[in-house]
Design a protein. Structure first.
Length: 184
């Protein structure tokens, strides 16, 4: 299969290249080489036929992020997921936080970021009912505009660890009392 060269291109022998053309060709080759070497075999196969670094980049962008309509739909789905975000049954505080942080990061990647107050409030409202007292305290004691989500999580995690410690202490006391009763 013979390639056709567009009319506005002038095919020159390498010996006729200007220094600028030589620099351009070398730069293009380096960029293509860097792109190909940084890809795994699957992605490299998808761009192997591309003629220019720009074509490789555009193909990779479409492959990884999708077309404009896919990006728009993804953004809409992420916003909907954010609006409906809630704790799952039997989900730990850390799992909820990790899932929420991943959602916020994905939203940021599609150009949708929320101010601290909104994301903090959303996270606190997503917690199960058993956290109501603690979330109320945080909402009233701290300015959710200036506190980071990490700090909110840290406060909740500290409380959670204290509660677990108390439960473990009560549990071990109950076991000790039970052992003492049985020993008599």
């Amino acid at each position: 299969m013979e390639e056709t060269v567009p009319e506005h291109y002038v095919v020159k022998a390498k010996s006729e290249w200007t220094p600028e053309e030589t620099t351009h060709v070398l730069r293009e080759a380096k960029i293509k080489n860097i792109l190909h070497n940084s890809l795994d075999i699957v992605m490299s196969n998808r761009v192997i036929a591309c003629k220019s670094a720009k074509e490789i980049w555009d193909t990779l962008e479409t492959q990884c992020h999708g077309s404009a309509s896919i990006k728009k739909n993804r953004k809409a789905l992420l916003i909907q997921e954010y609006e409906q975000f809630d704790a799952r049954p039997d989900e730990s505080l850390t799992d909820l936080y990790d899932r929420f942080l991943t959602l916020l990061n994905n939203l940021s990647l599609v150009g949708n970021e929320y101010v601290s107050e909104d994301s903090n409030t959303k996270f606190l409202r997503a917690l199960p009912e058993e956290w109501d007292t603690q979330t109320s305290i945080i909402r009233h004691q701290y300015d959710l505009n200036t506190v980071s989500l990490d700090e909110v999580y840290g406060m909740l995690r500290t409380h959670d660890l204290e509660v677990q410690k108390r439960k473990n202490k009560k549990s071990s006391k109950a076991k000790t009392i039970a052992l003492n009763v049985e020993a008599k």
